[in-house]
Design a protein around this ligand. Structure first.
Ligand code: ZN
Length: 383
């Protein structure tokens, strides 16, 4: 499975198969049960919808949805949504076929009391959960349902694949990937397609915005996967280019230098490093510190070396003779193993933005200089 997921590149076809998943999880209530650090969020429900894209005039393989009944024992079939209108949203060249559903409650084995907030939000009681199937069994059934064909995971927001992989690791299951896992964050895609690309709206907001029918209640895994799939289908039909914006779940950072991730998107490039023991070691690495033009691949001299404007991340400014100013941005992330890895983005910026960055650098060094002066004065005045 990892080979399929990892081979995915943003410029590859967006006409493919999608597994839209949504998870519900429970956590320690902090009073009678304490957090188990290896599994702070225990998954209690998996819901998913499969979407196939098919060329116009060709029905999708009818056999693909045969597994539905088998895996749907947790919640049972949900009525009222399986209309032709829902299953097929198209824009001439292709159709989007709803090709299967997965819906399963999971019997908890870590937290046996429902966290108050979780219970309120998803209206699930422990009594119902006890009727579910254990996590390892459910996850196996889920991946079997996903099938052998190429597909891409999709979720609303960025948390689900991390928690899925963390739960799998807790039960010593075979990992889903051996490095960053490509997926589509539909919440992000909605923002790119219909808003400013930065906002993150609620699922219900997006459903209202797109005037999609609200046929089942929100906040259960299957329902949220169902709505996320509807939104994805709409984006596919109306703004397919938005789907080039892949996200990566870095529950497993790249193992070594050779497997580090370098991808180019329409207007920026992304690099995800291997793990380092410390932040300093990461920043001293040549590949991490380098600034390349992602259009002509040349190594560039920096106009401004890496500096940290607010303490949270680092930026640099480089100049390509052919393509102009490039801004680099480094975020240092903590890996689940307690080490660090680097996410670096590089993008072309306008001359005005480059000037603004220079001014910010000046300001940052002014502040630093004053702080140093104040400190040294303070030392002298001490008796
Ligand atoms: Zn260039």
């Amino acid at each position: 499975m990892e080979a399929r997921q990892r081979a995915s590149q943003p410029w590859e076809g967006i006409w493919m198969n999608y597994v839209v998943l949504d998870l519900e999880w429970n956590q320690a209530n902090g009073i009678t049960e304490h957090e188990v650090p290896a599994i702070p969020f225990e998954i209690i429900e998996i819901g998913a919808v499969k979407l196939y894209t098919v060329p116009c005039g060709q029905p999708a393989d009818g056999g693909s949805s045969a597994g539905d009944g088998k895996s749907g024992s947790g919640g049972g079939p949900v009525k009222g949504r399986d209309t032709e209108k829902d299953r097929r949203v198209g824009s001439g060249a292709f159709l989007i076929e709803r090709a299967g559903e997965f819906n399963q409650l999971i019997r908890p084995s870590v937290y046996h009391e429902m966290n108050q907030a979780t219970g309120r939000l998803i209206h699930l009681r422990m009594k119902e959960l006890k009727k579910g199937r254990p996590f390892p069994e459910t996850a196996e059934a889920f991946f079997a349902w996903c099938g052998e064909e190429d597909y891409r995971f999709c979720s609303w927001g960025s948390a689900d694949l991390t928690e899925l992989q963390r739960n799998m690791e807790y039960y010593h299951m075979e990992p889903l990937a051996d490095g960053p896992l490509a997926y589509l964050d539909v919440q992000k895609l909605f923002s790119i397609a219909y808003e400013d690309g930065k906002s993150r709206k609620s699922l219900e907001y997006a459903v209202d915005f797109l005037e999609l029918e609200k046929d089942i209640p929100f906040h259960r895994a299957f329902a949220d996967a169902h709505y996320t799939a509807k939104i994805l289908a709409r984006i596919l039909a109306e703004k397919p280019a938005a789907l080039r914006n892949l996200s990566y779940d870095v529950f497993h950072p790249p193992k070594d230098r050779k497997s580090e991730l370098k991808v180019q998107f329409d207007n920026y490039a992304k690099y995800i490093s291997r793990e380092f023991d410390t932040r300093e070691e990461a920043l001293a690495d040549r590949e991490v510190a380098s600034s390349k033009c992602y259009l002509c691949r040349r190594n560039l001299r920096k106009k401004i070396r890496w500096f940290s404007p607010g303490g949270k991340h680092y930026v640099c400014l480089a100049y390509c003779e052919k393509h102009g100013y490039l801004k680099g941005k480094i975020r240092i992330r903590k890996s689940p193993a307690g080490k660090v890895y680097v996410v670096k983005t590089t993008k072309l910026i306008s001359d005005e933005d480059a000037e603004a960055l220079k001014a910010r650098r000046e300001h940052a060094s002014d502040v630093h200089r004053k702080r140093v002066q104040r400190k040294s004065r303070g030392t002298k005045e001490r008796p």
